[in-house]
Ligand binder design. Structure first.
Ligand SMILES: NC(=O)C1=CN([C@@H]2O[C@H](COP(=O)(O)OP(=O)(O)OC[C@H]3O[C@@H](n4cnc5c(N)ncnc54)[C@H](OP(=O)(O)O)[C@@H]3O)[C@@H](O)[C@H]2O)C=CC1
Ligand SMILES: CC(C)(CO)C(=O)C(=O)O
Length: 334
């Protein structure tokens, strides 16, 4: 099985690394210092990442066995692409897929939210896309290094229309052998929306309050807002054609209750750090899709406006810092 990982960060690096460590032909498309480190030192994953899921330890792929490049044309067509870039990085990354995709290639999306599969389908055609969802917590801890915080380490995916297929079974088998729990559900869209109920609601509330799961869930007022934000997403899902279980809000709140008290989402962490975030694909998508289907989303609408302002100000700040750095460079050169 030949696999290309486009976006070898927390998700792409972890799951691609698992497949590579299991002996599959995995090519990593990366850039900058991360690419240099992958070529020089290989990939190191630390954390509770043993094949048993929660066993202490990690794994590594030595440089001699790791094939990394910034040029997908040098890789050519593959059986699967594991697409691990952030949602806001998709437009720039999609052209990289062209040389990797031929008839039969499966492009597995892992992005949070419900819109990435359609965005990818615009570039490679719907037949190529395997909508997917990752259940794990990982992040890049440095060039060539990934930290696995915890979580099952599972990938859920399927064909766009949920039909059984040989390629889905082949990928499931390869992931299982590599120590990754691979789940092929009856309804992949219900899976994507179910996770969205959790991440978008908890991400938006956590980011706006700057509080971890434990604080948000235990204060009656914010717990109610969390439930209301989830209910709005359930209604948007129904209007968009995906009927989630009636008790989805209760089961998702139970799930929030089982998360570590200090846990946060990547949306919250990125916004707090003044970095580009997936706000548009999370809370923004709830509001946008709600608007197009006539479903009111007042809680998510409030979160989106407040967080949108914060993100816009952070972008201005980054641009000002960039201009200042360029002026310094010009000054030094003169
Ligand atoms: N991490 C997690 O625990 C989970 C993440 N997800 C979802 O998975 C997706 C990926 O998240 P995550 O892995 O955390 O993100 P990361 O930022 O860790 O990884 C993205 C990687 O893609 C690289 N990249 C982006 N554009 C390009 C490009 N044009 N060429 C080459 N490399 C590129 C980035 O490089 P650079 O740094 O240079 O930009 C980075 O290494 C998100 O949508 C997220 O919501 C879902 C579940 C859990
Ligand atoms: C909350 C978490 C880790 C769940 O997998 C997530 O998807 C994110 O923070 O982006």
């Amino acid at each position: 099985m030949k696999v290309a990982v486009v976006g070898a960060g927390g998700i792409g690096g972890y799951f691609g690394g698992r497949l590579a460590a299991a002996g599959h032909d995995v090519r990593f498309v990366a850039r900058g210092r991360h690419l240099e480190a992958l070529r020089r030192d290989g990939l190191t994953v630390d954390g509770p990442a043993g094949p048993g899921g929660d066993a202490p330890g990690g794994f590594s792929v030595p440089a001699s066995a790791l094939r990394a490049t910034d040029d997908p044309a040098a890789i050519g067509p593959v059986d699967f692409v594991l697409l691990g870039v952030k949602t806001w990085q998709l437009p720039a990354a999609l052209p990289l897929l062209k040389p990797l995709v031929e008839d039969g290639t499966g492009v597995l999306t892992t992005q949070n939210g419900v819109e990435a599969p359609a965005e990818v389908a615009e570039a490679v055609g719907r037949d190529a896309v395997l909508p997917g969802s990752a259940k794990i917590i990982t992040y890049l801890s440095g060039p060539g290094r990934i930290h696995h915080v915890g979580g099952l380490g599972s990938l859920t995916f399927g064909e766009w229309d949920d039909r059984p297929s040989a390629r889905v079974e082949a990928l499931r088998g390869a992931l299982d052998e590599a120590g990754v729990t691979a789940v092929v559900p009856k309804d992949i869209w219900a899976e994507l929306w179910s996770k969205f109920v959790f991440v978008a609601a908890a991400g938006g509330l956590g980011a706006v309050t700057d509080a971890p799961f434990g604080a948000v869930r235990s204060r009656p007022g914010t717990r109610r807002l969390l439930a209301d934000a989830m209910t709005e997403i359930q209604r948007v899902a129904r209007a968009a054609g995906t009927v989630l279980p009636d008790d989805i809000v209760t089961t998702t709140l139970d799930f929030v209750d089982r998360q570590p008290a200090e846990g946060t989402t990547s949306l919250q962490r990125d916004l707090a750090a003044g970095l580009p975030s997936e706000l548009e694909a999370w809370t923004g998508a709830v509001v946008r899709l709600g608007g197009s289907h006539g479903v009111p989303t007042p809680v998510n609408g409030f979160l989106y406006q407040v967080l949108g302002l914060r993100e816009a100000r952070a972008a201005e700040q980054r641009a000002a810092e960039q201009r200042a750095a360029e002026r310094r460079t010009e000054g030094n050169a003169a």
